[in-house]
Design a binder for this molecule. Structure first.
Ligand code: BGC
Length: 274
């Protein structure tokens, strides 16, 4: 885990990563720490506490500084106290990576309202609540205090399914389409305050959320039919993109979507067809 590509680029900065217990979130946290940021690792509940603490220990072992913070991102009060905890500990916030996301898959005609609501609550409302809290802090503080050109940076983790329709996943695809427009609108609204808001749209990345899609050689071969680049993505592929969007190297990039998908969104079914 971890990426050292931008060593020191985020020195003096504080980042909060939601859904940092494992997968893409944990890799983003490690990569941000590798670039010099102090990182708060959000996890949802007591069940995820030990695993998140282990991520924090690994970061510390690599010479970084990390602290776990508990909050259900869909809960307004818990989100507020999470930001208070980060500001209380480190006194500042420079980067939010809004990553927490879930799937509750079902064919449309069988999808329960509870599964629809939960996915929208975590993936879209949770993103809104965390971005709003970060924006409040960035606007309150203003300029980046000498450690960054921007007053604050937000990177939301969307999905290729913000544009690719996905049968059997209507709640998830709708939530990610919502994240895309939320990011674009926040970027337009906050640019004048020197706050940059961008998103990364990962394709099939090897994590627990899509284990069934790569677990057996047969499943992986089927998945690879959708990926022109010929490999399943790894969490560090996404983490490197996130570090770049959080750093001054991307200072003039705002409202962008960085697709990290090995070409999945390039309509690979049209190769030799159509
Ligand atoms: C989903 C994964 C899926 C990938 C590509 C992601 O957003 O969470 O389950 O493998 O998109 O379809």
């Amino acid at each position: 885990m971890g990426s050292r590509t931008a060593a020191g680029a985020l020195a003096g900065q504080v980042a909060l990563v939601t859904g940092a217990t494992r997968g893409i979130g944990a890799a983003c946290a490690a990569a941000l720490a590798g670039a010099g940021a102090r990182v708060a690792l959000n996890h949802r509940d007591a069940a995820a506490e030990a695993e998140t603490a282990a991520v924090a220990r690994r970061i510390a072992g690599d010479g970084g500084e990390a602290m776990p913070v508990r909050a259900d991102v869909s809960d307004e009060a818990e989100v507020r106290s999470m930001f208070d905890a980060v500001l209380g500990r480190w006194g500042r916030l420079d980067i939010l990576v809004a990553n927490a996301g879930i799937q509750r898959d079902a064919p449309l005609h069988e999808m329960s309202l509870a599964d629809w609501n939960r996915v929208i609550a975590v993936n879209l409302t949770g993103c809104f609540l965390c971005c709003r809290e970060a924006a409040r802090e960035f606007l309150r503080r203003g300029a980046g205090g000498g450690v960054s050109r921007a007053a604050g940076k937000i990177v939301c983790i969307s999905s290729v399914h913000e544009t690719i329709p996905w049968a059997g996943h209507a709640n998830y695809a709708a939530s990610k389409g919502g994240v895309a427009m939320l990011v674009a609108t926040m970027a337009q609204e906050l640019a004048a305050h020197q706050v940059r808001v961008n998103r990364v749209a990962p394709g099939a990345i090897r994590t627990a959320i899509n284990r069934d899609a790569w677990r057996t050689p047969e499943a992986e071969a089927r998945l690879l039919e959708l990926i022109p680049y010929g490999r399943v993505g790894e969490v560090d592929d996404v983490a490197r993109a996130v570090v770049w969007l959080a750093s001054d190297a991307s200072d003039y990039v705002n409202g962008a979507c960085l697709v990290v998908d090995g070409g999945m969104s390039l309509f690979p079914a049209f190769r030799g067809n159509g």
